[in-house]
Write a protein that binds this ligand. Structure first.
Ligand code: GUN
Length: 287
């Protein structure tokens, strides 16, 4: 029997932990604040930002949204980030990606103070993830590690295959699995023998962005399958995994929706709490 990993339920547990943490800080006179910047009116980005705002409200985190027009100049965006870097009421800063084409994404990410970089996209934080000494982890890989821990799925010694090498998901995901002593392979669009490599996976993470990309013949019997995909096929939300065909083979699998997605926002909330604690000079518990 395959276990469906319930990301919705686990995310509620994480958020409850964060809510209590925020409450504890409030009792000591410390507030927690997140600034979310959105440039332009990409409909998907608007939904993500609105969900982040709602999560903040539910957990007692002050959220400030900066909705800037699509033709915002780079200098104006950098000036806003500079102001937020210096604002003591703001502990975390997130600039929703993708940005309109005329803006330099790399420069924008680098302008965010690493201490407030709750996305963990700044090169400083990326480097810290590489050496295994980090406060923030990009929210999606962090959420996946949280789900594995919640389900008592050990990574140590396992063959872990990550399909996708993005800076947001694939690369940090691979590092986190490696830090937990997994044997990690990263696959991508130029990988040869993709099917054979995937079949070696005890833990398979699909972050490709293509509906039904992972088929049953790519999955080993008893594998743990994590689906990061968010695709629309025939008007329906679906992941990167052919869920109906793969589920019977998997020991555990995340559904879409209700798997990785809800975890991402929960981990953003956790990173924001961590930022506030660090900035108040408080200890942050080891993961
Ligand atoms: N766009 C899609 N996912 C993310 C994310 O995790 N953070 C930001 N800032 N933008 C995104």
């Amino acid at each position: 029997m395959s276990k469906r990993i319930d990301g919705k339920q686990i995310s509620l547990e994480v958020k409850e932990r964060v809510r209590l943490g925020v409450q504890e800080l409030a009792a000591q006179g410390v507030s927690v604040g997140l600034a979310v910047i959105i440039v332009g009116d990409d409909p998907a980005s608007k939904i993500y930002v609105s969900n982040k705002k709602k999560a903040c409200e539910a957990l007692g985190i002050d959220s400030r949204e900066y909705a800037l027009p699509a033709d915002t100049a780079q200098a104006d965006l950098l000036e806003l980030i500079d102001r937020l870097n210096k604002d003591s009421h703001i502990n975390g800063i997130l600039c929703q990606l993708p940005l309109p084409k005329h803006l330099d994404e790399k420069a924008v990410i680098a302008a965010i103070s690493p201490e407030k970089d709750v996305d963990a996209f700044h090169p400083h934080n990326v480097g810290r993830i590489m050496i295994g000494d980090y406060d923030f982890v990009p929210c999606t890989p962090a959420g996946i590690m949280e789900m594995l821990a919640h389900e008592n799925i050990s990574v140590e010694g396992k063959n872990c295959v990550v399909i996708g090498r993005s800076n947001i998901v694939g690369k940090p995901m691979a590092m986190l699995l490696l830090h937990q002593n997994g044997t990690v392979t990263i696959c991508h669009s130029k990988t040869r023998n993709l099917k054979e490599i995937c079949k070696t996976a005890d833990i398979l993470v699909a972050a490709v962005g293509k509906a039904n990309f992972v088929t049953a013949d790519m999955v080993k019997e008893g594998a743990v399958v994590i689906d990061v995909g968010m695709n629309r096929a025939d008007g329906k939300l679906c992941g990167d995994v052919d869920f109906a065909a793969v589920e019977p083979k998997a020991a555990a699998i995340t559904p879409v929706p209700g798997g990785v997605g809800p975890m991402t926002i929960a981990m953003l909330m956790q990173n924001t709490l961590t930022a506030a604690k660090r900035q108040a000079g408080m200890p942050v518990k080891d993961r």
